[in-house]
Design a protein around this ligand. Sequence first.
Ligand code: 5GP
Length: 169
Amino acid sequence: MIKKLISEKEINTRIKELSNELYTEYGNEEVVFICTLKGAVFFACELLKKYKGDARLEFLRVSSYSGDKSSGKVELNLSISEKNIKDKHVIILEDIVDTGHTLKFLKGYISDMKPKSLKIVTLLDKKERREVDIEADYSCFEIEDLFVVGYGLDYDQKYRNLPYIGVVK
Ligand code: 5GP
């Protein structure tokens, strides 16, 4: 059974707000949004549909979880071409920041390609779980230490298609 934590309406309202905040920051300058697969895909679609500025979309794929446990070891499964990043404003879109290992790895990987600027935007943030010193620049919702699913997030590849965020009971 899944217990609802954040409704679809709340998520979409917050994403709309965030897209406006980002537009205020970047104006008409081009921004490369990097969606981290697979978890951030619903978030990226919703945010980009609402974003009024000049946006490009790229994808990266990393893995560190198996079931509901983090292996702690981050692997890159789909890379990105440096020419799409160098000298550009870049925003990494994450589904959730937990221990912070994935974000630290991603930030290092993208920074090495010398973007003009780099910011991190996450749908969810589990701040109390952090093991490395890293923070997102923007987060939609801060949540407590719960394993959540839905809105792109899975449990062994299931539940991604739930339109809300919930906790498996
Ligand atoms: P970190 O490296 O920060 O520990 O983990 C980040 C990744 O772990 C996220 O991108 C996500 O794929 C996965 N993850 C962390 N917490 C959760 C959770 O509560 N639910 C799900 N479905 N995935 C999570």
